[in-house]
Ligand binder design. Structure first.
Ligand code: G4P
Length: 528
């Protein structure tokens, strides 16, 4: 196998999806500890501590240095190279969170055993569905009282519509937690709080009849486990790798991230079975990771990360070929050649200059606003990757200018910020309003701050009666015109000039969809 193929085969690029407080940060930290990137763990925790103070943009700004390095975390494990892409989750939840999921090959879903499937998880799962992303599940906080494991699996299956295959099974829960049983390895891993800080080194029993097991977990618990296993093994799906890879089945693990229990079993299974980079679609053809020419796309832009430099960093996922420092690439949207000498990698706790990057890796490209989300880079071939869409915003505000003479600057600022993915903006057909849309509420503060700081525009944002947006398409031009006339009050164009339906209520959207069956209402829009 060529060195390039070997490097590609050992990449595991993924993201964690969860509702806030389910334990994503804690789990991330443990994964990094296993990967030997111990110095990183501090930065993850530091970011978490800062999170509580993050209600204003200035605090966010201060925090940026950290949040950038933890945007992509690379670590080696068992001969594999793991790339963990951060999905901003609390106040910093934004469209970026969704778009990161378009750049990964698989995802890890973290669920709090007391809370089950929560709202944010459902939304993130919908995004994973767009590409049938393979998902592994970690049910966390087993050291606390939670719901019964069977009930939790039922909920995942019914609410998220994905089959569950338990790989580990808990022995007790909360104060009675004794360990987990690995169904595929036929091993019991005993829970010994406080013993597993950096590596899991719990006592392992091979098989349920192993001498000493009964003494370790108790006869009652063992009997309970046998009963549950009988039920579970009869009712649940066997692990079928193809079904997992097709996003139809999720292997499930139980554990406690904070106690580092059950985490290594998850990580071992993950590096063994999670997919390495796969072919990706462009407008014309599929690009195979094995191709020797470099290709990649930009899925995230972070602005002014270093306040002293005022630079922007575009995060590019490598899809094929090898990146080497100093090579020339073409930005296919503009046809411009760029020499990338100082791309960033995210391996250590600090930004570092990368020497080379392979499919599945992410590099950071410095620029001053010339790169947009969705941009494709190649060594010359004029292709564009698809599947890096805009997502329908869920929050809307009307921009109000304090100084009406600044209208031009406002429009320019909003256009640029929407190219970066900070916000989306819409111009209604029937008014001169500028309506901003976002998926996270902090985005409005960020936009207001940046408009002032970078464009000298003093704007505020007022509530507006819109609950969601849908891009509308219709193959029948006459029907579309009719639709446009009848619904002009609720229609707008986005920054790219595409027609959008701004729904005053969910019911209203539903009615419009029923009334106009020929019109497609889409919750995502591909970049042109
Ligand atoms: P998030 O990134 O998904 O938002 O979750 P995070 O890891 O920050 O965890 C949320 C809270 O849950 C934290 O408590 C964390 O310590 C706790 N937690 C995570 N895993 C477990 C677990 O396995 N068992 C228990 N009992 N708790 C867990 P916090 O009080 O908000 O923060 P901290 O003061 O503990 O850092």
């Amino acid at each position: 196998m060529s060195p390039h193929a070997q490097e590609t085969r050992r990449r595991r690029t993924f993201a964690i999806i969860s509702h806030p407080d389910a334990g994503k940060t804690t789990l991330t930290e443990k994964l990094l500890l296993f990967g030997g990137a111990i110095q990183m763990a501090g930065s993850v925790k530091g970011r978490k501590a800062a999170r509580h103070a993050t209600s204003d943009w200035m605090a966010l700004e201060k925090e940026r240095g950290i949040s950038v390095t933890s945007s992509v975390m690379q670590f080696p494990y068992e001969g594999k190279i793991v790339n963990l892409l951060d999905t901003p989750g609390h106040a910093d939840f934004s469209e970026d969170t969704y778009r990161v999921l378009t750049a990964v090959d698989s995802a890890l879903m973290v669920i709090d055993c007391a809370k089950g499937v929560e709202e944010r998880t459902i939304k993130l799962m919908e995004v994973c569905r767009l590409r049938d992303t393979p998902i592994m599940t970690f049910i966390n906080k087993l050291d606390r009282e939670g719901r019964s494991p069977i009930e939790l699996l039922d909920e995942v299956e019914s609410v998220l519509g994905i089959a569950c295959t338990p790989v580990t099974w808990p022995i007790g829960m909360g104060k009675r937690l004794k360990g987990v049983y690995h169904l595929l390895l036929d091993e019991v891993h005993v829970y010994e709080p406080g013993r597993n800080f950096t590596r899991q080194d719990s006592t392992i029993f091979k098989g349920l009849d192993a001498p000493g097991l009964e003494a370790a977990v108790g006869a009652d618990m063992l009997a309970e486990l046998r009963d549950e296993l009988e039920l579970v093994q009869g009712a649940s799906n066997p692990f079928v790798l193809e079904d997992y890879l097709a996003g139809k089945l999720t292997p499930v693990f139980f554990g406690s991230a904070v106690n580092n229990f059950g985490v290594q079993l998850l990580l071992d299974f993950f590096v063994e079975h999670a997919p390495s980079p796969r072919p990706r679609a462009t407008l014309g053809r599929q690009v195979d990771p094995a191709e020797d020419k470099l290709t990649g796309f930009v899925f995230k832009i972070q602005a002014n990360m270093d306040p002293a430099h005022r630079d922007r960093v575009a995060f590019m996922r490598v899809c094929s070929g090898t990146y080497t420092a100093g090579m020339k690439m073409i930005q296919t949207r503009t046809g411009k050649e760029v020499r990338i000498a100082n791309a960033l990698t995210f391996m250590a706790s600090d930004r570092e200059i990368v020497e080379s990057a392979y499919p599945g890796d992410v590099i950071g490209l410095h620029n001053h606003g010339t790169i947009s989300i969705g941009d494709t880079f190649t060594e010359g071939e004029p292709i564009s990757f698809t599947g890096i869409p805009n997502f329908a915003p869920e929050l809307f505000r009307r921009a109000r200018l304090r100084d009406p003479l600044k209208m031009k600057a406002l429009q320019k600022g909003l256009a640029q910020l929407s190219e970066e993915g900070a916000t989306q903006f819409f111009r209604p057909l029937m008014s001169n309003d500028l309506i901003l849309g976002a998926v996270g509420v902090l985005q409005f503060d960020v936009v207001a701050y940046r408009l002032k700081d970078e464009y000298g525009v003093d704007a505020s944002f007022d509530p507006v009666g819109v609950v969601t947006a849908r891009w509308v398409h219709c193959d029948d031009a006459k029907k579309l015109e009719e639709f446009r006339e009848k619904n002009a009050m609720n229609l707008a164009v986005d920054a790219a000039g595409e027609l959008v339906y701004l729904a005053p209520s969910r019911v209203n959207l539903q009615l419009a969809q029923e009334r106009w069956p020929q019109v497609r209402f889409s919750a995502t829009r591909e970049h042109a």
